[in-house]
Write a protein that binds this ligand. Structure first.
Ligand code: SF4
Length: 273
C-alpha cells in the first residue's frame, strides 16, 4: 500500500459515521461506483468528504496506475514519500469561487497529496490565484507549506492521476459524485472556473443532478466562455479557461493575462465575501 497522511492535511479527521472498512492509514475504503455515490451523498462536511475521497478505490485502472507511479517514482523525487491516492480538493467551505481542473498529475498531486501542487500547472494556477487575491501566497509546493486559499475551492473532476492524463468517460462518471457533493458543500458558491474541455463536459451532469436546468444545446467550451444558470441556490456562473497544462502554457495558447482576466471576472461575479 502506498500513501501517507500529509502533514497538515485535513483529510484524516472524524470521517467515520458507522462500521466502514478503513485502510492502513485509516481512510474509509470505497470500492464501487455505487459506493462512491452513497459515500459522497452522506459526507456531512468537507473534512469528511476529503477523507472519503482519499480512501477511494472504485476505478481499478486508476488505482493500479497511481500506486505504481508512487512505488516506482520519478528519479528526481526518489527520496520523497508519494501520496499515491485520490487527491481531495483544497479551500474553505465559505468559498464563493470553485476552480475545477482535469485530474492530478502523476508526479504532481499524486506525489504531494495536494491538488495541482508539484508541477508547472500548479505553479501557474496558484500564482494566478494569488494575483487575484484568492490565496495568501503565490506558491504551493507541498502539504503544510502555509498555503491558505481564501474564497476559492480548488478541485479536480477526476481525483486519481490517470495514464497519459486521460481518464475514460466511465472513470469520469464514477468520480463525479465526489465533485457533486463538494460543490453542494459550498453554500456561498457563485462561480465555477472550469479549466479545459474535459472539466466543462464533466460539470453538466453534476449540475443537472444538483437541480440546475441546463441550456440546450450545451454551450461549447472555450476560453472566456461565460454561462449563468439559475438554480435552487440562486445564480451560478460557469467561466471557461484553457487548462493550465504545459501544452497550453508553453505554446502561448494560454498566457498569464488571459488567465488573470478569467479570474478577475470570477472575483467580480462572486462579489465581496
Ligand atoms: S478516480 Fe475518483 S472514483 Fe475513481 S478511484 Fe479515483 S477517487 Fe475513486
Amino acid at each position: 500500500m502506498t500513501g501517507r497522511t500529509p502533514p497538515g492535511s485535513r483529510a484524516g479527521a472524524g470521517w467515520s459515521t458507522g462500521p466502514v472498512a478503513v485502510d492502513a492509514q485509516g481512510f474509509p475504503v470505497t470500492r464501487t461506483p455505487a459506493g462512491v455515490a452513497r459515500s459522497a451523498r452522506g459526507a456531512r462536511d468537507l473534512a469528511v468528504l476529503d477523507a472519503r475521497i482519499s480512501g477511494c478505490r472504485a476505478c481499478p485502472r486508476l488505482v493500479t496506475w497511481r500506486e505504481e507511479v508512487a512505488r516506482v517514482k520519478r528519479a528526481s523525487f526518489r527520496d520523497e514519500d508519494y501520496w499515491g491516492r485520490p487527491v481531495p480538493g483544497l479551500g474553505p467551505a465559505s468559498a464563493r469561487i470553485a476552480v475545477v481542473g482535469l485530474a492530478p498529475a502523476a508526479h504532481g498531486g499524486n506525489r504531494t497529496g495536494r491538488v495541482f501542487t508539484g508541477d508547472r500547472s500548479g505553479d501557474w494556477i496558484f500564482a494566478a490565484l494569488w494575483r487575484a487575491g484568492l490565496t495568501n501566497q503565490p506558491t504551493s509546493t507541498h502539504v503544510g507549506d502555509g498555503l491558505e486559499p481564501t474564497g476559492v475551492r480548488v478541485a479536480a473532476a477526476v481525483r486519481c492521476a490517470p495514464p497519459d492524463n486521460a481518464p475514460t468517460p466511465a472513470e469520469r462518471d464514477t468520480c463525479s459524485p465526489w465533485l457533486a457533493r463538494e460543490l453542494a458543500l459550498l453554500p456561498d458558491l457563485r462561480v465555477v472556473v472550469v479549466l479545459g474541455g474535459f472539466g466543462w463536459t464533466a460539470l453538466w451532469p453534476v449540475l443537472a443532478g444538483a437541480g440546475y436546468p441546463l441550456p440546450r444545446p450545451r454551450p461549447a467550451f472555450g476560453h472566456g466562455v461565460e454561462v449563468t444558470l439559475e438554480g435552487p441556490r440562486g445564480p451560478l456562473t460557469l467561466l471557461g479557461s484553457y487548462h493550465v497544462s504545459q501544452q497550453n502554457t508553453f505554446t502561448g495558447r494560454l498566457t498569464e493575462p488571459m488567465l488573470d482576466a478569467v479570474l478577475s471576472r470570477a472575483t467580480e461575479l462572486a462579489g465581496p465575501g
